[in-house]
Design a protein around this ligand. Sequence first.
Ligand SMILES: Nc1ncnc2c1ncn2[C@@H]1O[C@H](COP(=O)(O)OP(=O)(O)OP(=O)(O)O)[C@@H](O)[C@H]1O
Length: 258
Amino acid sequence: MKEKLLDIQSLKKNYGKNGNVTKALNGITFQVLDREFLGIMGSSGSGKTTLLNCIATAVHPTEGEILLNGEDISAYKGKRLAEYRGKRIGYLFQNFELLDNLTGRENIMLPPAIQNVPEKEGAARLAQLAEYLEIEDILDKFPSQMSGGEKQRIAAARAMILNPDMLLADEPTGSLDSKNARSLMEKLSLLNQQDGSTILMVTHDCNAASYCSRILFIQDGRIFHELRRKYPKETQQDFYERILSVMAQLGGGSANVL
Ligand SMILES: Nc1ncnc2c1ncn2[C@@H]1O[C@H](COP(=O)(O)OP(=O)(O)OP(=O)(O)O)[C@@H](O)[C@H]1O
């Protein structure tokens, strides 16, 4: 049985004060299991980025707890906080966030250099990731010489180079065309299934979400629905159609979904 990796308990985040409060998260509770590929969906303003930012420790929750392997991450300070942010969590952003004056390889090897990881260790992990992500031929190119899809695969390798406990992906296909989006999702799926990476992905893209094993739908800072892909029988296409139908109801109100 898979173990609980991340445990979010009654998480609340309010922005603003004195009668002008936005309840971005309004008591969210869920778990992410080790080796799970969990998607978070919801309409604009539903609280998805706030949730990822709380997990990334970029935003302080108003109430509630975030436990990683049973440890309350709000208790991390100094060196442990830096280790959590730098090593235990990997980040993949919509806009790649690569450094333009470094090659793909140099971008990927930046986190190991910062964390003083022995060169051999970093190179061995890079070789593995290059295979999963099919980036061998672009490692020595600069970002300006890469397509969006290639940039995102380099960014994924950089996010995974230190073997984080979990990858946080915020709209990773948001800047890609549908072909590159599909290719990226296939690679992330391979990382999840064969490399054993745990992935928490926020997305608006129903096709990208259909690669997840489970999806939480958020509305007004709360979880209002959950879908699980039924293994082994449900095809990705059937799962995609179930996701579409929840999103369609979400667009028109949640009354029929619960
Ligand atoms: N720094 C902030 N100060 C005040 N309100 C904020 C702040 N950040 C977000 N909000 C509000 O909190 C709510 C949730 O925002 P959040 O960015 O988490 O939503 P989202 O689901 O990620 O949206 P999108 O899909 O558009 O990125 C929104 O009403 C937003 O306006």
